[in-house]
Write a protein that binds this ligand. Structure first.
Ligand code: NDP
Ligand code: A1CAB
Length: 265
């Protein structure tokens, strides 16, 4: 168990992780620096600039926007961070940028979670610098497994792909659900029924996809009767592979943006 953690940024992602870890008893106490007016949290909140308790933090989680990483870290007295392991959830920001902001030889772990961590259904890609020993790796695996599924990637560069697929991915599914529900309304369904059908269909389909050995194409084919209604719809999506090309382009754009977010370039 982590006794004392410091969070820099306690917005959507920081608070989702911090509050879940406190709730699960994986972290005993959190001090969170955040200028926002955040209410109802178990963590002790400190507006940016206010003095922190004289504690040696074991864990520092950096959950500010990428451009604020340097300012947020440099505002903390170095003595508080001397023994800490650093976890970043920031998109794009590389170890090359992060390591000089932490004490020399500090263990630094980059992570890319996604919003379903809020309900314990997230998935997180993880990558550690060479100062992270196996015990620390296990501890970090346990933290992120407590909010969903966690996997270590082999290269730091792969985190850009994790960001493009699962970090940003929930928004893609939400957009598809918006479009599907709107189509339902155009076809005469009341909004509450159209929204419920879109959401429940996403949940059911995702649950099938998460079964062991699931084959996405086979699952699609199981819905698609020859010359039936699904076939009629899929023909539109698959015309000139338009949907696949669109998804490819969108993911590539997110990947490029992730690279651009690193102040080290
Ligand atoms: N949202 C997502 O789906 C995901 C986000 N991430 C990453 O998480 C990070 C945070 O994103 P998210 O939680 O969505 O953003 P939020 O804006 O919800 O949270 C960031 C928080 O940091 C606060 N903040 C601003 N400046 C400072 C400072 N100097 N010191 C401490 N806190 C500060 C902000 O306060 P204020 O608003 O008052 O400025 C805000 O509450 C980003 O780097 C993003 O790449 C990673 C994966 C998924
Ligand atoms: O949009 C973003 O930049 C962040 C990173 C992944 C999800 N949200």
């Amino acid at each position: 168990m982590v006794k004392h953690a410091l969070f820099l940024g306690y917005g959507r992602m920081g608070s989702a992780l911090g509050e879940a870890w406190l709730q699960a008893g994986l972290v005993q106490h959190i001090d969170a620096v955040d200028p926002g007016n955040i209410q109802g949290m178990q963590a002790s909140l400190y507006p940016a600039g206010q003095a922190l308790p004289a504690t040696d933090y074991e864990l520092v989680v950096i959950a500010v926007k990428p451009a604020l990483a340097q300012a947020a870290l440099q505002a903390i007295p170095p003595a508080r961070l001397a023994r800490a392991c650093f976890i970043s959830v920031m998109a794009g920001v590389s170890l090359r940028t992060l390591e000089p902001l932490a004490p020399a030889a500090a263990p630094v772990i980059r992570t890319m979670p996604n919003t379903p961590v809020i309900i314990g259904q997230g998935c997180t890609g993880l990558y550690a610098n060479n100062r992270v020993n196996p015990a620390l790796k296990n501890m970090v695996s346990a933290l992120f497994s407590a909010v969903g599924t966690a996997c270590w990637v082999e290269t730091e560069d792969q985190l850009h792909a994790v960001t493009a697929i699962s970090g940003s991915g929930p928004a893609y599914y939400h957009l598809f659900s918006e479009a599907l529900a709107q189509a339902g309304m155009k076809l005469g369904l009341p909004p509450d029924i159209a929204n419920m059908l879109a959401a429940r269909t996403a949940l059911g389909a995702a649950s099938l996809q998460c079964q062991q050995h699931a084959d996405f194409a086979a699952l699609r084919q199981a819905v698609t009767s020859p010359n039936g209604t699904t076939h009629a719809a899929i023909q539109i999506f698959e015309q000139d592979e338009q949907l696949r090309h669109l998804v490819d382009r969108a993911a590539m754009q997110a990947h490029t943006r992730s690279r651009e977010l690193d102040p080290a370039g």
